[in-house]
Design a protein around this ligand. Structure first.
Ligand code: TLP
Length: 349
C-alpha cells in the first residue's frame, strides 16, 4: 500500500538531479565566504527577488528570526498577523531570543492585514510605549489555506509602513507558489519589502535551506546574527547545490501541485461528512472539517491506517498539502480512502 503523505510539502525528498548536484558540489568554508556554490545560490536568490544580496540559512524559522533581529532592538514592537507563522510556529523566538513584543493584528481569510488595523497598531511617541519597528507579512499564508497576497496589496502595506518609518519583512516561505498562482515574477511580490525570506525545502523539494534577501547592508548585518544563532555552516555548498537545482527546475512545476490541490478539494467537497474550510484553493493547501457527528480522533486514526496522512493540530481543520511526491492519481486514491473512512464512521454514527 502506497503511503500518500499530505501532511506538508516539507516532507518532499531531494530529486535525483539534486542528489547528483550535491555529490558533485564544489565547496569551501562559507563562514569565510569561500563556498563558491553558496555564493552562487545567494547571488541567484538575490537576483530572483530583485534584492542586492541574500543569505543562506538552515531554515525558514531562522531566516524570519534573523530578519526580526536585524530590523529591531530589544524592547521594540513588531506587527504580525494573528494567524502568522512567526506568531504560531516559531516557538516565540522573536520574543524570547529577540526581546521584541509581537503585536498581533487580525489576518482576514485571504491572509491580509487590514491597513487601518496596522495604522492603529503603530505606537505613537510616548514614554510609556515600546517603539514599533516592523510589519511582517506572509505569502503564501499557511494558516489561511495557502492564500496569496498580490503585489498591489503588499505595496500598499509597504507604503503605509515606510511613511511611518517602519520596515516590512515578508515571510515568503512559499512565495513561488504565490508567484505561480498569480502569474507574476516573485520579485513583484517583494519589490517594496525591506526583506524577504523563502524556503528551498518545501514545495521546491530541496532537503534543507532558506534564503533571506535584502539590501547589502541588511544582509551584512544579518550574516552576523546568523553566526550568533549558530547558523554559520561550513561546506554548505552541499546544501546550496540542491537549492540551485530547486530554483532552476522546481518552480514552474508548482502549478501541478495547485491543480492537484483543486482536484483534492473538489473531491473532498463531494464526500458526505466533509466540508471545506476555505472558499477557494489558491495554491497547494487544502483545509477541511468533519461534520459534527463524526469523531475527529476516530477519523484521524482510521485514515492513518489506510496510509493517507494529513495534518491535524488541536482544534484546527485538517490540512492537506500537495507537493511533487503526490501525483493526480495519488489524489484520486487518497479521496477513495478518505471516502471509505467517512462511510465507515457514518455507518457507526
Ligand atoms: N511551516 C511548516 C510548519 O512549521 C507548520 C509547514 O509544514 O507548513 N514560514 C511559513 C509560512 C511556513 O509555513 C514555515 C514552515 C516556515 C516559515 C518555517 O520554515 P522551516 O520549517 O524551514 O523552519
Amino acid at each position: 500500500m502506497k503511503v500518500i503523505d499530505l501532511r506538508s510539502d516539507t516532507i518532499t525528498h531531494p530529486t535525483p538531479e539534486m542528489r547528483r548536484a550535491m555529490f558533485e558540489a564544489e565547496v569551501g568554508d562559507d563562514v569565510y565566504g569561500e563556498d563558491p556554490t553558496v555564493n552562487r545560490l545567494e547571488a541567484m536568490a538575490a537576483g530572483i527577488m530583485g534584492k542586492e544580496a541574500a543569505l543562506l540559512t538552515p531554515s525558514g524559522t531562522q531566516s524570519n528570526l534573523i530578519a526580526v533581529l536585524t530590523h529591531t532592538h530589544r524592547g521594540d514592537e513588531i506587527i504580525v498577523g494573528d494567524e502568522s507563522h512567526i506568531l504560531w510556529y516559531e516557538v516565540g523566538g522573536a520574543s524570547t531570543l529577540g526581546g521584541v513584543i509581537m503585536r498581533a493584528v487580525p489576518n482576514d481569510s485571504r491572509g491580509r492585514l487590514n491597513p487601518d488595523d496596522i495604522e492603529r497598531a503603530i505606537r505613537s511617541k510616548d514614554i510609556h510605549y515600546p517603539e514599533t519597528k516592523l510589519v511582517c507579512l506572509e505569502n503564501t499564508h499557511n494558516r489561511c489555506g495557502g492564500a496569496v497576497l498580490t503585489p498591489d496589496y503588499t505595496d500598499e502595506v509597504c507604503d503605509l509602513a515606510h511613511a511611518r518609518g517602519l520596515k516590512v519583512h515578508l515571510d515568503g516561505a512559499r512565495i513561488f507558489n504565490a508567484a505561480i498562482a498569480l502569474g507574476v515574477p516573485a520579485s513583484a511580490l517583494a519589490r517594496n519589502v525591506d526583506s524577504v525570506s523563502f524556503c528551498l525545502s518545501k514545495g521546491l523539494s530541496a532537503p534543507v535551506g532558506s534564503l533571506l534577501c535584502g539590501s547589502k547592508d541588511f544582509i551584512e548585518r544579518a550574516r552576523k546574527f546568523r553566526k550568533m544563532l549558530g547558523g554559520g555552516m561550513r561546506q554548505a555548498g552541499i546544501i546550496a547545490a540542491a537549492g540551485i537545482v530547486a530554483l532552476e527546475a522546481m518552480i514552474e512545476r508548482l502549478a501541478e501541485d495547485h491543480a492537484n490541490a483543486k482536484r483534492l478539494a473538489q473531491g473532498l467537497a463531494q464526500i458526505k461528512g466533509i466540508t471545506l474550510a476555505q472558499d477557494e484553493i489558491p495554491t497547494n493547501i487544502v483545509m477541511f472539517r468533519l461534520s459534527p457527528e463524526l469523531s475527529v480522533v476516530e477519523f484521524a486514526e482510521s485514515l492513518e491506517k489506510t496510509g493517507v496522512r494529513v495534518g491535524l493540530r488541536d482544534g484546527r481543520p485538517f490540512r492537506a498539502v500537495t507537493h511533487c511526491m503526490v501525483s493526480s492519481s495519488d489524489i484520486d486514491e487518497a479521496l477513495a480512502r478518505i471516502e471509505g473512512v467517512c462511510r465507515k464512521l457514518r455507518s457507526r454514527a
